[in-house]
Write a protein that binds this ligand. Structure first.
Ligand SMILES: Nc1ncnc2c1ncn2[C@@H]1O[C@H](COP(=O)(O)OP(=O)(O)OP(=O)(O)O)[C@@H](O)[C@H]1O
Ligand SMILES: [Mg+2]
Length: 290
């Protein structure tokens, strides 16, 4: 049996200069010295300590293979840690259940059912939860409207562009009214213009609902634009290298993207990423406000 309080104390001691994020809100998920070694012996994650705060937009960034998806899957309860543990606060999460807190996962591919119309695709989690159609249909219409696809409920996925399919996938995630949104490189396959537009829309949605979000990307610009915190990860073994707080006011728009402050933050994050990619990257886990 693990001693959670002792682990939390260790987590605080590890943060540089004790600069842990001070917050009055309870956490949503605590990752407590959780590590992951897969069956074939690959050590994907060394022990990770991370607290996901209520209402934050946390982005994981780092070189390929540093364990971003593995950490996200641990948080999503899709896989179990090999050691350590995770604590889901406020009653825990069900993935598609109608009771309790819910989490939603958006993958890099839209993963829509090609034979089903967009409305049916978005309704899937509610159908799986056994919700009657007359109750679920208004929720589907609302979720489609929130991503700007209100006129496309009767279309098939093949009739939509890549960006629109990702919007549909986000609508499917939002339809359950989740408490935690997990997104693994959702816009990685899209052109930069579409990605910027979807980033801005995602930020508006996040702002409207204050929906706790954990997001994975390879894009420094996307990380700085969207996040309240960015966790830079390093590989071999996967771990959190540094955490950057981005205290820029919300909601953000194009003016932020074009500001000197944005450029400064991107430069700083780029430097950290380069350090994290060095073979001898020194493990350090500290929250740093810039
Ligand atoms: N199911 C699995 N079995 C064995 N090894 C795995 C499995 N899933 C991931 N790995 C390994 O664990 C490490 C971390 O993988 P993960 O997919 O979490 O990295 P990532 O940071 O998401 O990479 P990318 O940026 O390329 O998506 C890699 O070395 C990967 O090969
Ligand atoms: Mg990945």
């Amino acid at each position: 049996m693990l001693n959670v309080d002792a682990m939390r104390k260790a987590d605080k001691a590890d943060t540089q200069d004790g600069a842990a994020v001070a917050t009055s809100k309870p956490p949503v998920v605590e990752v407590l010295s959780a590590s992951k070694t897969f069956g074939d012996g690959t050590q994907a994650l060394a022990p990770v300590d991370l607290t996901i705060q209520d209402g934050e937009f946390l982005t994981l960034i780092g070189p390929s293979g540093c364990g971003k998806s593995t950490l996200l899957k641990l948080i999503a309860k899709l896989i179990e840690p090999s050691d350590g543990r995770l604590v889901w606060w406020r009653g825990g999460f069900d993935q598609v259940g109608s009771d309790g807190k819910k989490l939603a996962f958006v993958f890099q591919d839209a993963t829509l059912m090609p034979w089903a119309r967009i409305g049916t695709n978005v309704r899937l989690p509610l159908d799986l939860a056994g919700m009657a159609k007359d109750v679920s249909e208004p929720k589907v219409a609302d979720a489609l409207a929130r991503v700007g696809l209100e006129s496309f409920a009767k279309h098939y996925p093949r009739q939509l562009s890549g960006g629109m399919r990702m919007r549909a996938s986000i609508a499917r995630a939002l339809v359950t009214n989740p408490d935690l949104l997990l997104m693994d490189e959702p816009f990685g396959a899209l052109d930069e213009f579409t990605r910027n537009k979807l980033d801005a829309d995602l930020l508006d949605l996040w702002w409207e609902k204050k929906l706790t979000t954990v997001f994975v990307t390879h894009s420094i610009y996307e990380a700085v634009f969207l996040s309240t915190r960015v966790a830079v990860m390093a590989a071999r073994p996967g771990r959190i290298f540094k955490i950057m707080n981005i205290d820029e006011p919300m909601p953000r728009d194009e003016r932020f993207r074009e500001s000197p402050r944005f450029a400064d933050l991107c430069r700083q994050l780029s430097g950290w990423l380069a350090d994290a990619s060095l073979p001898a990257a020194r493990a350090s886990h500290g929250d740093q406000a810039l």
